[in-house]
Ligand binder design. Structure first.
Ligand code: 5AD
Ligand code: SF4
Length: 555
């Protein structure tokens, strides 16, 4: 037997099981002692994970001197978000939890120790985005098997997608859904526990092998990492790499008061309700986000108060369908209370999204018109201008009702900026139907329109409609729609060129680092040459030029 080879192998085994000393952090007793009520239970796991991560970071330091000096390599986490504002807000919660545990947030998903994907499934291409990004992580996960990849969000509520992940992307570690986002700390704890158990078993089995073998460290490394030795090691390793999966069919109570980390220091999304009861025939959201649930007004107001105390200047009230807020008062009532609260606490701007035209009440329009801080901006998804198609979409309004709502908004607030969503190529859409949509665009003259090609979502009623529109026809309509809408935007924006208006500055421009990007009250983007110190402040800007989707201006 080669003594030096054996020593190296033992050393290797010890390193391999360096987390052994953290046993006491992952025992059955620790698990059993977790509180059963929420959010206490998750706070408990956050505490345990923080200790664990701290030790790991210490043990992971590359040199002995570092360890002696107590220096830790800080572990990093990247959160990648797809989809809507609700998802963006959920990602702030993921980042909040990861930061509390001890991860440093980074944008670099290749280098990160932890990558959390928050997915969207509203259209097929959202799903493809995830698979593209996951594929690109394969190599870095191979190089560092301890890297953790978690996936949550709407797409994980679809059983088929989870099956696909298990088969084609077996290197994913944690999968959870929209209803149990708050259990993220617990799931992470379970993953570490499973890995720890596997490491222990490998260690024990490896010691057995050492007793009977004279192999050197390299061979041992292979044996342990890739299981090319005794098959039980390979099995243990494999089992420990299976993902922790927890997806719920529906939500329990809303869990409040978990950490969150604001992406922008000066603005924040505030959830007011979750889920959707509308079942538009093309839409998968009600299936993946569940039924409507409203937060209590006191919780909402408290969160806004805390945000204000933290220097937040703009809030956005979020819900799939804010107009059906039902937290003991209706949305107009809530908005009024929020507006009153914001007086004098430093929050200058209140936005909200999304509204369904069918429940847009006169009371809400009036509340908005009288409010001091509610921005003159309204997102009112049209989807189609054809009453026949709207009926097939199960939207519960027709063209005339939509035009009436838009006209009322404009009459009450002449300076309001309207935006919309449009789906082109819904099953059965004829040229006449499409022309009705163009007609509404020309009449309402939205400042912006998010235009989507109809995407068939399995499980929705429209997916089984037989009269799907051919691709080339859809493409042609889509192009024509953009042409009409772009012209309108161009003409609309001209109305403010030369005006001097307040802008909330948000960030350094993506395209030109000498420009700072901000938003007008009506939501339109402005780029201004300025010092980055203006970020987070509201300043008056003269809008010098209309660039169709944005202005340039000067302080
Ligand atoms: N295909 C295309 N667009 C869709 N949307 C929702 N479901 C689909 C679908 N199946 C659009 C709607 C909605 C926006 C968020 O996404 O316009 O308002
Ligand atoms: Fe989907 Fe309609 Fe609900 Fe919006 S209102 S989330 S489009 S079902």
């Amino acid at each position: 037997m080669d003594p030096s080879g054996q020593t190296a192998a033992i050393k290797y085994l010890k390193e391999q099981n360096s987390t052994n000393m953290f046993h006491e952090l992952l025992t059955d007793e620790i698990l059993a002692a977790a509180p059963v009520t929420e959010p206490e239970r998750q706070h408990y796991f956050i505490g345990k994970l923080r200790d664990y991560i701290q030790m790991q970071a210490g043990a992971g330091s590359d040199s002995a001197e570092h360890m002696q000096a107590g220096a830790h390599r800080s572990l990093t986490a990247a959160v990648v978000t797809f989809g809507c504002q609700m998802n963006a807000r959920d990602s702030e919660k993921l980042e909040g939890i990861l930061s509390e545990i001890g991860y440093t947030i980074t944008q670099d998903e290749q280098a990160a120790d932890f990558v959390a994907f928050n997915t969207c499934t509203v259209r097929e291409n959202a799903n493809e985005h995830l698979y593209g990004r996951l594929g690109r992580l394969k190599q870095s996960k191979k190089a560092d098997p301890d890297k953790i990849i978690s996936i949550c969000g709407c797409m994980m509520q679809e059983a088929d997608e989870i099956e696909k992940l298990k088969v084609k992307y077996p290197y994913v570690d944690i999968i959870f859904g929209t209803h149990n986002l708050y259990t993220f700390p617990e799931l992470l704890f379970m993953l570490f526990r499973k890995r720890q158990h596997a490491a222990d078993e490998i260690y024990t089995a490896g010691k057995e092998v050492l007793r009977t073998s004279s192999d050197d460290r390299e061979r041992m490394e292979k044996l342990l990492r890739y299981g090319s030795g005794p098959s039980n090691l390979k099995d243990i390793e494999k089992l420990s790499r299976r993902p922790v999966i927890s997806v719920w069919k529906d939500s329990g109570d809303i869990v409040e008061k978990l950490p969150s980390r604001r992406k922008y220091s000066f603005k924040q999304g505030i959830n007011i309700m979750f889920g959707c009861n509308n079942f538009c025939s093309y839409c998968i959201v009600p299936y993946v986000r569940g039924r409507e649930k409203s937060r209590k007004p006191e919780e909402i107001l408290e969160e806004i108060r805390l945000a204000a105390a933290d220097g937040v200047k703009e809030i956005m009230l979020l819900g799939q369908n804010v107009n059906s807020y039902a937290g003991g008062l209706n949305f107009a009532g809530l908005l009024k209370q929020v507006d009153e609260l914001c007086d004098g606490i430093g929050i200058e701007r209140i936005r909200f999204m999304t509204s369904h035209p069918k429940d847009l009440s006169d009371e809400l329009i009036e509340t908005m018109a009288n409010a001091r801080h509610v921005c003159r901006q309204f997102h009112l998804p049209l989807q189609s201008g054809s009453s026949r198609i709207l009926q097939r979409m199960n939207r519960h309004y027709d063209k005339a009702r939509f035009l009436d709502r838009a006209a009322r908004l404009k009459a009450a607030m002449p300076d309001i900026s309207l935006s919309t969503d449009i789906i082109v190529g819904f099953p059965g859409e004829t040229e006449e139907d499409f022309l009705e949509t163009l007609d509404v665009l020309k009449e309402v003259r939205f400042d912006s329109a998010y235009t989507f090609i109809y995407s068939k979502r399995e499980g929705t009623p429209a997916a089984s409609y037989e009269d799907q529109v051919p691709e080339d026809v859809v493409k042609d309509r889509f192009d024509r729609l953009l042409e009409v809408q772009n012209r309108i935007v161009d003409e609309n924006l001209d109305r403010l060129t030369g005006a001097c208006l307040p802008v909330l500055f948000e960030e350094i421009s993506e395209y030109d680092k000498d420009l700072i990007t901000g938003k007008l009250e009506n939501g339109i983007t402005v780029h201004v040459p300025a010092d980055p110190s203006v970020i987070g402040t509201i300043r008056k800007v003269r809008l010098t030029e209309n660039h169709r989707f944005y202005y340039t201006g000067e302080l």
